[in-house]
Design a protein around this ligand. Structure first.
Ligand code: AMP
Length: 266
């Protein structure tokens, strides 16, 4: 396993004009992952943990759009401005814009430290574009990790979430309870439950998620890259489980590519 490094991700967050200060130089094939999972399974947390454990950069397209939107001194291209309109409405950004931004950041996909893609690809079109680009570059994915959790548990997780009206701090009734019921520890603001965290809304969101990712899951299952990981237990346990399943895939994926390259030379 590579030495954990502290990635600044500036090339990803700020775009192709900026280069990361240091790039990990691994002496082994890096981990290149795509993470999938419904809202509430803790995909973002796992992306961070895996990135620390494996030394691969956490590349989130949501973070990329947010960084573009929050950068006061950056000149925003028409594509970014359009993307932000979709994002603020809570809708998916069109594939053409997402792809333009990801392709511009090819250097991050080529990085010798590897990557953990989070939030991308989200559609079959994006998955196909990514595959084409990686094939052209001779880069292969180690695995596509799909975090799996029964819907009842997702409802319990998201349903217990409470947010402070004033400072927006987030609590959980059982996992991270506030000291005083319904009051924020930091500013004493009143805690409320977000409309979309109510059980009825969660079920609707889950169904929409499953409908939209069914094609993606199928695409990656057929390509042999899909790895189902139960998202039960603590974040550390889930991370441990993921890493244990990944290691053999990284080695066997690498061996297969070497073999294929040797075959090509014959
Ligand atoms: P996230 O942080 O992954 O939930 O992304 C936040 C928002 O960014 C989403 O609601 C979308 O508007 C946009 N977004 C992020 N990634 C993608 C993607 N791969 N395709 C389309 N829209 C995306």
């Amino acid at each position: 396993m590579s030495t954990p490094n502290k990635q600044t991700r500036v090339a990803w967050l700020q775009g192709p004009a900026v280069r990361c200060e240091s790039v990990p130089q691994g002496d082994h094939p890096p981990y290149r992952l795509v993470l999938l999972g419904a809202p509430g399974v803790g995909k973002g947390t796992q992306a961070d943990l895996l990135s620390q454990r494996l030394g691969a950069c956490h590349l989130s397209t949501g973070d990329m759009f947010r960084a573009a939107g929050n950068c006061a001194e950056c000149e925003q291209s028409p594509a970014i401005q359009e993307a932000l309109v979709y994002m603020r409405r809570g809708e998916l950004v069109p594939d053409s814009i997402v792809w333009e931004m990801v392709r511009e950041r090819l250097v991050c996909l080529q990085c010798s430290g590897g990557f953990v893609l989070d939030g991308f690809p989200r559609t079959l079109g994006q998955a196909r574009s990514l595959k084409r680009l990686l094939d052209e570059q001779g880069i292969w994915l180690t695995a596509v990790v799909n975090y799996d959790l029964p819907i009842a548990e997702i409802v319990a997780r998201l349903g217990g979430r409470r947010t402070c009206e004033k400072c927006k701090a987030v609590y959980h009734l059982t996992e991270r309870p506030p000291k005083a019921a319904d009051r924020c520890d930091r500013c004493e603001g009143k805690l409320f439950q977000r409309e979309d965290d109510r059980p009825e809304s969660i079920k609707v969101r889950m169904e929409a998620y499953e409908r939209s990712t069914a094609f993606l899951i199928d695409f990656y299952r057929k390509s042999g890259l899909l790895m189902q990981v139960p998202a039960t237990g603590t974040p550390d346990e889930i991370c441990q489980r993921t890493v244990a399943e990944l290691e053999p895939r990284r080695i066997s994926g690498f061996a297969q590519k070497l073999w294929a390259a040797a075959e090509d030379r014959r």
